[in-house]
Design a binder for this molecule. Sequence first.
Ligand SMILES: NC(=O)c1ccc[n+]([C@@H]2O[C@H](COP(=O)([O-])OP(=O)(O)OC[C@H]3O[C@@H](n4cnc5c(N)ncnc54)[C@H](OP(=O)(O)O)[C@@H]3O)[C@@H](O)[C@H]2O)c1
Length: 229
Amino acid sequence: MVDHGSILVTGAAGQLGAVGRTVTGLLLDRGLPVRAMVRREDERAAALRAAGAEVVVGNLLEPADVYRVVSGCQRVYFGMSVSTGYLEATVTMAAVAREVGVNALVNMSQMTVSQMSIQHTTPSPQQRQHWLSEQTLAWSSLPVVTVRPTVFLEGFFLPLTGPSVRDRGRIELPFGQGKTNPVAAADVARVVAAALADPGPHLGRIYELTGPRSQDMHGVAQVLGSAEP
Ligand SMILES: NC(=O)c1ccc[n+]([C@@H]2O[C@H](COP(=O)([O-])OP(=O)(O)OC[C@H]3O[C@@H](n4cnc5c(N)ncnc54)[C@H](OP(=O)(O)O)[C@@H]3O)[C@@H](O)[C@H]2O)c1
């Protein structure tokens, strides 16, 4: 059997959407070796190690760290919290992945990028970072799989709606009449894990991931209101 080495999962200790952490578990469940990258040794790192991952500590903004953690891996999930250094981290990862000869890089992006172009960007720094990062990876000629989810249910939508629904029976979010279609971060992780486990059919593809239905906050309220306690 061909040895593809471990699969590198960055941002593996995450807590917001925790896609990296869930992907780590899903790959381990499939019997695949996982190198889980974290920023520091803490109880989250210990839990990943206890689950069977090889845990490595590093900073995605440090090229030497990135080279150390990618070396020996042919498949990589690249995901981290968006910050001012996000584009820099993407460029660093792309340079290292080319040097190491990565066979598949699954890149976490955002659905908003689907509506962006040179003439149509947004004022959101976060969305721009993702758009520029996708541009960079396209120029890199790396074998990339792009995942563009809408807003995550678990890490964003539910925490922001939960308290006001519980305390005042209201959804208090600045959506106006706008519609949204949240997706479960766990489902996003399933897509990422499937692409990492067998990248061939997915290379070069862009996956736009949504929930089952786009609706305004009145529609969301109806769904929440009809849920069994
Ligand atoms: N939230 C949403 O609704 C949503 C929707 C669509 C797309 N996305 C995209 O999803 C991505 C975030 O995914 P997620 O929610 O699964 O992530 P997450 O749970 O927030 O985890 C991100 C991880 O990145 C790590 N990290 C941050 N900076 C780092 C650095 N310099 N070096 C090494 N690790 C670093 C963090 O480490 P620490 O834990 O140590 O801080 C954290 O563990 C973002 O790109 C975001 O734009 C999010």
